[in-house]
Write a protein that binds this ligand. Structure first.
Ligand SMILES: *Cc1c(COP(=O)(O)O)cnc(C)c1O
Length: 365
């Protein structure tokens, strides 16, 4: 298929930084510096400065960032952790600790509904995982109030949302820890899997550093139980190059979102709107229509690469063996959403084409 607009354009991004990325990768190869070497440390320092946070721990994925965080905070069998049901990562991490995921509904903006959170709190609730989905911020003021009132830990799943803000503070810096991913689909991505954890708590940072490296504070001996969840030095080297562009790439995404919101607003579609109390970094642009399948097929046929990503609520995935929740907004969103292209390499010509095609769809037949 010859796409007129790709969902992502990573080769284009690579082309724009090829010289520097190639040079860095060759340096790592020539030095044979692969595990927990200076590019990882440099990356962690870069993120500290960027997000204004005290400690950063590079890890191998957003999912492991969540799992290690839950372990570092002592979550275990018998505990309950509240999160949402649109994406599976936090649910996997919770189940892996032996704790029980308690799933709550979201609001129209895909963000956790904190009224529902408060109703779901029991004596066994130990933590909340608010999910900053699609590059957007949850209502963190409300979240932290609840955490304080009921003495709960807060693990922010900020995986796709680097540089998103609630008020004037970056997501991932409100709770006990923030978990991020550098998977190829994210705004800041490496050449495979990667991620990092942010925290302002020194004790937690020390613990996470040991947990990611088989319980080892140094090179040889383990002093406690641990995992192999390190961020590769080669990935860190690539991330350090791309970090120089993250602000301009984010601004481009914001311009694309504004273009879509302006040019599609007369159509019978639900568009993702930015609210004044937050800054959205638009990892995804998710439109909604009751004609999901028809519009999806029509866009594909017009050579626009689109996705239906939230295929069903997580509690309907049989192998996870979860209680059958019934979250009405979550179910509605699954039936209506389509992810359309948003990235920093989209040209004006492509954007105009996408808008024109979406305009020409027969919404009422
Ligand atoms: C991508 C993503 C993750 C998982 O990150 P990985 O690095 O793929 O493990 C977790 N949560 C959310 C909201 C994500 O978008």
């Amino acid at each position: 298929m010859k796409w007129k607009a790709r969902y992502l354009n990573l080769p284009e991004q690579y082309k724009s930084l090829k010289k520097e990325i190639d040079r860095k990768m060759q340096k790592v190869m020539k030095e044979g510096a692969f595990i927990l070497r200076k590019d990882v440390e440099e990356f962690e320092n870069n993120i500290k400065k960027l997000l204004k946070v005290k400690y950063v721990i590079g890890v191998n994925s957003g999912t492991d960032a969540l799992y290690l965080s839950l372990k570092a905070l002592g979550l275990k069998k018998g505990d309950e952790v509240i999160t949402i049901a649109l994406v599976p990562y936090a649910v996997f991490a919770i189940l892996n600790t032996g704790a029980k995921p308690v799933l709550v509904d979201v609001k129209d903006d895909f963000m956790m509904d904190f009224d529902k959170v408060e109703k779901a709190i029991t004596k066994r609730t130990k933590a909340i995982i608010p999910v900053h989905l699609t590059g957007r911020a949850c209502e963190m003021k409300r979240c932290m109030q609840l955490a304080k009132k009921y003495r709960l830990k807060v693990i922010e799943d900020a995986a796709p949302s680097i540089l998103a803000k609630y008020g004037n503070k970056y997501v991932g810096t409100f709770g006990d820890v923030g978990c991020f991913s550098t998977h190829p689909m994210k705004n800041l991505s490496c050449a495979g899997d990667g991620g990092f954890i942010t925290t302002n708590n020194k004790k937690l940072a020390d613990k996470l550093r040991i947990l990611r490296n088989l319980g080892k504070p140094g090179r040889i001996e383990s002093i406690e139980f641990g995992y192999n969840s390190r961020l590769d030095n080669l990935q860190a080297a690539i991330l350090n190059v791309k970090l120089k562009k993250i602000k301009s790439w984010t601004n481009k995404r914001r311009r694309v979102a504004r273009f879509y919101n302006m040019n599609l607003s007369d159509l019978p579609l639900d568009l993702p709107k930015e609210s004044p109390d937050r800054l959205d970094v638009w990892n995804s642009f998710v439109i909604r229509t009751p004609h999901q399948k028809q519009l999806y097929n029509y866009l594909k046929k017009s050579n626009i690469e689109v996705f239906i990503q939230w295929t069903k609520p997580i509690y309907k995935i049989k192998v996870l063996n979860l209680k059958n929740f019934k979250l009405l907004k979550t179910e509605q969103l699954c039936k209506e959403q389509i992810f359309i292209p948003i990235h920093s390499s989209l040209t004006n010509k492509q954007l105009k084409y996408i808008v024109k095609v979406i305009e020409r769809f027969k919404y009422h037949s």
